[in-house]
Design a protein around this ligand. Structure first.
Ligand SMILES: [Zn+2]
Length: 170
């Protein structure tokens, strides 16, 4: 997973891009290494080229707001593949999406009403509210705020540890 965090010229994260795109930006002088040049651990070696894990644009760019897509994958990532009723961690294939307020009673398809749910819990809950089914939600489902910090959940810790500080700062 050779990915690079791209910062704007004010050190705010704007994208996670491929190493190839990062290399093009670096070669064209549109970006520079955002970290200390001697911090060799924050570089990746791809085809004998060292590429920094964090680069920074050298020019100002207006970034359009990116809405996080409302889809099954992102709901499962938000809930960390944990059934929101029994707390079990599951393979994505074993998880369903549950309408907290039942779909049969016109519960809406929105972030705040959909949770990851294992098959067993989904069957048990059926067309009832959590209260009616006497099943407690681990936490109230929410709409993730920021597209890019949400994307971080999809990357391994050995990458994210070099990136996190830029999210905390911005
Ligand atoms: Zn469950």
């Amino acid at each position: 997973m050779n990915k690079v965090l791209l910062l704007d010229s004010h050190n705010r994260p704007i994208n996670i891009c491929s190493w190839k795109r990062a290399l093009v930006l670096l070669m064209k002088g549109k970006a520079v290494n955002a970290r200390h040049l001697n911090d060799i651990n924050s570089m990746i070696k791809v085809e004998n080229v060292l590429i920094p894990l964090v680069i920074k644009l050298t020019y100002d760019l207006a970034i359009p707001y990116q809405e996080l897509p409302f889809c099954r994958e992102n709901i499962l990532v938000r809930d960390e593949f944990v059934c929101q009723y029994c707390g079990g961690k599951f393979h994505p294939d074993e998880l369903t999406l549950d309408h907290v307020y039942p779909k049969s009673r016109l519960g809406p398809d929105i972030w705040e009403n959909i949770v990851a749910c294992c098959r067993e819990c989904n069957q048990k809950k059926a067309d009832r509210t959590p209260k009616e089914a006497r099943m407690k939600l681990l936490r109230r489902p929410y709409r993730p705020k920021d597209f890019l910090s949400f994307e971080l959940k999809k990357y391994p810790e050995n990458l994210v540890r070099y990136w996190r500080e830029y999210f905390e700062a911005s």
